[in-house]
Design a protein around this ligand. Structure first.
Ligand code: UTP
Length: 300
């Protein structure tokens, strides 16, 4: 029987340089989309997929992230005294049970592959998920849940994939996929992966984004891998190794809209989209955006 996926790694030890100076003192993952930090979206997605153990790979300066999941007794008692039941419930929904979260340190930012490898002892011999919180995905069925359901059929390793235009390939890991006959519905069988290829060297238009379901063999591969593109230890290289070793890597074309909240433009796009999707905000915010666009058109 295939093992259930109950552990997820959240690599959050990156420097977040694209958001400097904000990230000088605020971890990127605490930045808010409307009123919830990025990390809350990631945790909610993981919970929906059945994850019970949440492993954060952090670094210096990320203590705000650790505090975020704690109880806040003073705030809770103030809200209780003022009868603010809704806010109290909202606050409680963000608390995590004692022992459900583990924090590990990545002492130096040696790359995503290295960050994942830091969690090897907690993963032991089980399959696990990896979620990059700066990829935020709006979807009817949360993306990781879609993947867990597909993985129950396939087993092996699975990466979330989406189509990107050729001129954007160099920003992603790109999949080399088997011919159509081996591809069923949303699943594609992967025969190779290339990290950040030049447009003309990209083997397909399918890019890997920040959701993975991986076998413990990936940790063994990471044990041996030397630094790759950009001098970092790449998770892509460890997954590509697994194609050679066992030929069981799948790409999963998820249903949903992905926002790259690690970039300024993606973060702004997500803010607008999530703002407009909120019933309590859409009217006022929508009117404001319409006025803004009319003024912009008139000025051109
Ligand atoms: P990014 O490539 O977005 O890097 O990492 P970054 O440092 O977070 O941001 P920029 O590029 O400087 O603006 C992708 C994910 O991998 C994690 C990051 O925290 C992010 O979730 N990561 C990256 C690590 O945990 N450790 C690393 O050494 C590198």
């Amino acid at each position: 029987m295939k093992k259930k996926i109950t552990k997820a790694i959240f690599p959050v030890a990156g420097l977040g340089t694209r958001f400097l100076p904000a990230t000088k003192s605020i971890p990127k993952e605490i930045m808010t989309l409307v009123d919830r930090p990025l990390i809350q979206y990631a945790i909610d997605e993981a919970r929906a997929a059945g994850i019970k153990e949440f492993i954060f790979v952090t670094s210096r300066g990320k203590s705000a992230l650790e505090d975020y999941f704690d109880h806040s007794p003073e705030l809770e008692s103030t809200l209780r005294r003022k009868d603010k039941t809704d806010l109290l419930e909202l606050l409680k929904s963000t608390n995590m049970d004692s022992g459900a979260i583990a924090y590990l340190r990545q002492n130096r930012p040696l790359g995503l592959g290295h960050a994942v490898w830091c969690a090897r002892r907690l993963i032991a011999n089980e399959p696990f998920a990896v979620i990059l919180p700066d990829d935020v995905i709006a979807a009817e069925t949360p993306c990781l849940q879609q993947m867990v359901e597909a993985h129950a059929e396939t087993g092996g390793n699975m990466v979330a994939a989406m189509e990107v235009p050729a001129d954007k390939a160099s920003a992603y890991g790109i999949l080399d996929v088997q011919k159509a006959a081996q591809n069923i519905g949303d699943l594609v069988s992967v025969k190779g992966m290339v990290e950040k290829p030049a447009a003309k060297e990209a083997p397909s238009n399918l890019a890997v984004i920040g959701r993975y379901i991986l076998t413990p063999d990936i940790m063994s591969n990471l044990n041996k891998i030397k630094s790759g593109k950009g001098g970092e230890i790449q998770l892509t290289d460890a997954i590509a190794q697994e194609i050679e070793n066992s030929n069981n890597v799948y790409g999963y074309r998820f249903k949903g809209q992905r926002y790259d909240c690690g970039s300024k433009s993606g973060f702004l796009q997500a803010t607008v989209a999530f703002g407009l999707s909120r019933p309590d905000l859409c009217d006022e915010f929508g009117d404001f955006l319409n006025d803004l666009m009319s003024m912009r058109a008139a000025a051109q």
